[in-house]
Design a protein around this ligand. Structure first.
Ligand SMILES: [Zn+2]
Length: 342
């Protein structure tokens, strides 16, 4: 979140889990047998799924006319497929655990236990908290610049980055909403929305980092910095959505944009005399450490908490601190500009 000005959050947003088709779990012949059986019989052990009641030609064995609708049928078959994968994975993991084996990945993902049908409940909860902290940070920033700080004679804020931070908030809120949705239900559409939103936030926060760190206030200069980056990020998002969702390549792009902004903020925190530079330091170091969680990528504890979920957790306090830095920055710049005009 995941995943920015807020460097660590930016990086966090870029969910770069590997989704290779062949993982150790689904290569296991016992799992494959279970899956094959399940899609034929609709049962795993004693557990059976109603929507697996199809005859070999794809028509339901019984049921009212609307069950014959192709779309509905497809959807049910897809549900059957998903349920079979999930329950075969659970039963296989249970057996493996009894034999003392550690969890393995299935179809590129760790075995998570669903809660109320939510695939990764802990990641969803942390995504929602990130969303809440961003919203709170944005509102407090908005109130601060609009009601606590003085305005210029033309009724605009003295702070030159107000609009850019508002826009940033929109990108961040959007990214965390789709992160929560994606971790609830991982399908093609939600995955693309999550990845696209994370890349957009990461790209936007890189632009913001360059503009703020170099104190670019001229409109023309800002456009010249933003244009090539917007072009690149847009092309990358179109590539992911309409050509190929290449996880490896996307990870490289996200890491490059993430490291670029962490580096920018680290250098800026090192040279500036900004009164709140220590907040930047915490965010930069915290963000870099949080990245280690994603690289370490350990299996879910109790089928619930994995490295990715913890990663989303670490960005919550960092986001809080980040918005606090943004408020301080608006106060700092305003004081300087008022002094200049006097
Ligand atoms: Zn995520």
């Amino acid at each position: 979140m995941a995943r920015h000005h807020f460097v660590p959050v930016l990086i966090a947003l870029c969910c770069f889990a590997g989704f290779l088709e062949a993982s150790p779990g689904d290569a296991d012949p016992l799992y494959r047998d279970c899956l094959q059986q399940c899609e034929k019989t609709g049962c795993v052990g004693k557990k059976c799924f109603q929507h697996c009641n199809f005859s070999s030609d794809g028509n339901p064995v019984d049921g009212p006319w609307y069950l014959q609708e192709p779309l509905y049928l497809q959807w049910k078959q897809w549900d059957c497929h998903g349920d079979c994968r999930y329950h075969c994975m659970l039963s296989r993991e249970e057996e493996r655990q009894k034999l003392g084996y550690k969890p393995v990945k299935y179809h590129g993902k760790w075995p998570f236990k669903r809660i109320y049908g939510i695939q990764e409940p802990v990641s969803v909860a942390f995504s929602a908290l990130n969303l809440a902290v961003h919203f709170h940070g944005w509102v407090s920033f908005f109130i601060f610049v609009n009601y606590k700080l003085p305005f210029r004679p033309n009724k605009k804020t003295y702070y030159e980055y107000t609009g850019l931070w508002n826009m940033y908030a929109v990108f961040a809120l959007n990214a965390w909403i789709w992160s929560a949705v994606f971790h609830s239900r991982d399908v093609d559409l939600t995955e693309k929305l999550d990845y696209s939103s994370a890349v957009a936030l990461l790209g936007y926060s890189l632009i913001l980092a360059i503009i703020r760190a170099f104190n670019v206030t001229l409109e023309a200069a800002r456009v010249m910095i933003a244009a090539p980056l917007i072009a690149f990020v847009t092309t990358h998002i179109l590539f992911l959505n309409f050509y190929q969702l290449d996880y490896g390549w996307n990870m490289k792009v996200c890491v490059a944009m993430g490291i670029a902004q962490i580096g920018l903020w680290a250098i800026w925190a090192g040279v500036t005399r900004h009164p709140s530079r220590f907040k930047l330091w915490v965010v930069v170091i915290g963000g870099a450490l949080a990245m280690l969680l994603e690289i370490y990528d350990f299996p879910p504890y109790s089928g619930l908490v994995d490295a990715h979920a913890l990663w989303h957790a670490t960005t919550i306090p960092l986001t809080y601190l980040w918005w606090s830095y943004v408020r301080d920055d608006s106060e700092f710049r305003t004081a300087i500009l008022i002094k200049k005009t006097k």
